[in-house]
Design a protein around this ligand. Structure first.
Ligand code: SF4
Ligand code: SF4
Length: 174
C-alpha cells in the first residue's frame, strides 16, 4: 500500500546463503571485535581512587559565596529560584539585625537556602541570574547517598567556609 508521505521503503528479505545459515562467520567477526577491544585504551576511571580531569567550564556542586570580609553575599532576592527550570531552589529571607553587619553583606539575607540536588540539572541558570555573584557551581561532584532527604542541601553544605579573622582584617585594610 502507498504510504501517505511517499517515503516508505519496501525492504526485501533475501534468503540466507549456506554460510549465513551456519552463523560461524558472524560469530568469528564478533569475537574479533571483542579481541581488538582488549588492546584498546581503557576509558574506565577507577573513581574515587582516580579522578577524571574536568573541563574549565565544568559545573559541580553549588557554593554560596562570601565577600572579601567573610560576609554572605546572598541577599535572598529569589532570582536564582525563579530562573531555576527544575524548581530545585527554595529559600526563606530574613532582615539583617543590628550587629549582624559582619555576617551578611546586604540588609536582607537567606535565613534558609536549600537546593534539592536530585532535581538540579546543573544548567547553571541560577549562577547566571544572580546579581550579587553569590552562587557559583564550582564545587566537586555531588556525592552519592542513600536517602532522598539527604540530597536536600542547606546552608551548612552550600555556604563557603568562613574566612579567618586575620584574612578579614587584611581584606579590610587593602
Ligand atoms: S543549576 Fe540549574 S537546575 Fe540546578 S539549581 Fe541552578 S538553575 Fe536550578
Ligand atoms: S544566590 Fe543570588 S540570585 Fe539567589 S537569592 Fe541569593 S542573591 Fe539572589
Amino acid at each position: 500500500m502507498e504510504s501517505l508521505s511517499g517515503r516508505k521503503k519496501v525492504l526485501e528479505q533475501k534468503p540466507m546463503n549456506f554460510w549465513e545459515r551456519m552463523y560461524l562467520p558472524a560469530i568469528f567477526r564478533g569475537m574479533a571485535i571483542t579481541f581488538m577491544h582488549m588492546f584498546k585504551k581503557k576509558e574506565t576511571i577507577y573513581y574515587p581512587e582516580k579522578e577524571r580531569e574536568f573541563s574549565e567550564n565544568w559545573r559541580g556542586m553549588h557554593s554560596l559565596k562570601r565577600d572579601e570580609q567573610g560576609r554572605e553575599r546572598c541577599t535572598a532576592c529569589g532570582l536564582c529560584a525563579l530562573s531555576c527550570p527544575a524548581e530545585a531552589i527554595t529559600m526563606i529571607a530574613a532582615e539583617r539585625e543590628k550587629g549582624e553587619e559582619h555576617l551578611y553583606r546586604e540588609e536582607k539575607y537567606a535565613a534558609v537556602y536549600e537546593i534539592n540536588m536530585l532535581r538540579c540539572i546543573f544548567c547553571g541558570l541560577c549562577e547566571e541570574a544572580c546579581p550579587k555573584e553569590a552562587i557559583y557551581l564550582d564545587g566537586p561532584i555531588v556525592p552519592a547517598d542513600y536517602l532522598r532527604k539527604d540530597f536536600i542541601y542547606g546552608k551548612d553544605k552550600l555556604v563557603e567556609q568562613p574566612i579567618t579573622e586575620l584574612e578579614a582584617l587584611k581584606a579590610a585594610q587593602d
